[in-house]
Design a protein around this ligand. Structure first.
Ligand code: ATP
Ligand code: MG
Length: 413
């Protein structure tokens, strides 16, 4: 069944008000194992709603419309829906009576515009609105269903929960299973290349790939009308095929960050870590200390930004800084060794680079970061050039450093 959501309201097209109703409706649909194929926002004025409704009707299924049922002249949902269905509007005495009753109860004076809310599309089933005046409407036309809901979030939610959800659930409840695969170290196109041919073509499974700096997430959703176990099996089958292709780039299968994975591995081994940071300015230490229980394994971090701090806090030889420059393999290796020696940790990570936007040269461009890991068996160093703005370079450098340690601790590479 194709499901669409249309949010009506000119304010939702501006930058100040987000269409939170549609997100909320999507969450409720997901609970039923349903996913909309399209979400649209249209303004109160103009032909937007009618054309969007006609388009939605042409793809069949179910259309949820939120907003524009108010008493004022700019609330056009009733008229636009009637037009899209080639139907008229009818005045419903019972709806008018309910509105009058509500106004009497609150002691409000009834005004002429309130009468507008008693008009409904021909053939509509009225959905009562105990939290407001505008009733909702349930419309069926040639196998398609249009549901009109009021715009104020608490009214929309109340009406959806009480009157729409039970009927949708009867239409066909589906069981939903979700899986997540988190990867690092591969760009989006590298991930795409690896998973080629694995995009599901059955309607019961959806794979979405979401890239951000330093990370590519793969989200798998599977649904089944049979049982939760069947949905789970469908999701697991795809997940394991994806994981086989992605190999050691996979670092988590839940919403956790790389810092948590690394802390977990250190705790497993009973080993300790320290960090010496230049360009990342403490970001790696911050990400590690975000993890509850990190104090058991994380001994400390140095933010050695200036050359003088590298000399004073980590014991880097001034002559090395002079000859190689602060952003060099030799200096990060010395930083990692210095942090390991001074804290007595088993492992030490060090980073030095050029986060930009200024400071780059042809040999040492913006985005260049040297990373070193000192450990019981010696030193490993890597050189990377990351793209993006300053924060993105810092994040990716930290991600790569944490991944270097993850791989080491996991016995990969
Ligand atoms: P009603 O059917 O009650 O007239 P409406 O959408 O016409 O609904 P508005 O006055 O436009 O009424 O909206 C009422 C309130 O609900 C406003 O604060 C508006 O910003 C908010 N609202 C409407 N639609 C949404 C939405 N999709 N997401 C979040 N808030 C919304
Ligand atoms: Mg509105």
């Amino acid at each position: 069944m194709n499901i669409e959501i249309i949010a009506v309201g000119t304010e939702l097209l501006g930058s100040r008000f987000a269409d939170t109703n549609s997100v909320w409706l999507t969450e409720r649909l997901e609970d039923l194992g349903l996913q909309p194929i399209r979400r649209t926002i249209v303004g109160d004025q103009g032909p937007g709603l009618e054309t969007s409704l006609r388009l939605a009707l042409s793809s069949g299924g179910l259309v949820l419309v939120g907003g524009g049922l108010g008493p004022t002249g700019d609330d056009k949902t009733r008229e636009a829906t009637a037009a899209a269905l080639n139907r008229g509007l009818v005045f419903r005495e019972d709806v008018m009576a309910a509105i009058e009753e509500r106004f009497r109860r609150f002691g409000w004076p009834l005004t002429e515009p309130n009468r507008r809310q008693a008009w409904v599309v021909e053939g509509a089933e009225v959905l009562a609105n105990p939290l407001g005046t505008a009733p909702g409407q349930w419309l069926e036309a040639e196998g398609r269903t249009i549901i009109l809901l009021p715009g104020p979030p608490h009214e929309l939610k109340g009406m959806f929960q009480a009157q729409v959800l039970p009927r949708l659930a009867r239409l066909g409840r589906r069981h939903l299973a979700r899986r997540l695969i988190r990867t690092t170290g591969l760009g989006e196109s590298a991930v795409e290349a690896r998973i080629e041919g694995l995009y599901p073509d059955d309607p019961d499974r959806i794979l979405t790939v979401l890239a951000s700096p330093g990370r590519v997430d793969l989200r798998i959703a599977a649904s089944s009308s049979v049982s939760p176990e069947r949905a789970g099996a469908l999701a697991d089958e795809l997940t394991s095929r994806l994981k086989a292709r992605l190999g050691s780039a996979v670092y988590a299968e839940s919403e956790i960050e790389l810092g948590e994975v690394v802390i977990g591995l250190l705790r497993r081994d009973g080993t300790t870590l320290s960090v010496a940071e230049s360009c990342t300015g403490g970001l790696v230490s911050h990400r590690l200390t975000d993890v509850p229980g990190s104090s058991l394994v994380f001994l400390g971090g140095y933010v050695a930004y200036a050359d003088a701090a590298k000399v004073r806090d980590l014991g880097i030889a001034p002559s090395l800084l002079e000859s190689r420059g602060a952003v060099s393999q030799e200096v990060v290796e010395a930083m990692a060794s210095g942090a390991r020696l001074r804290t007595g940790s088993d492992w030490a990570l060090a980073l030095s680079g050029i986060a930009g936007p200024g400071g780059g040269t042809p040999e040492k461009p913006v985005g260049l970061v040297h990373i070193a890991l000192a450990g019981p068996a010696g030193l490993i160093a890597e050189r990377h050039v990351f793209s993006g703005r300053r924060e993105a370079v810092k994040f990716q450098a930290g991600q790569r450093a944490l991944d270097l340690l993850r791989r080491r601790l996991s016995g990969l590479d």
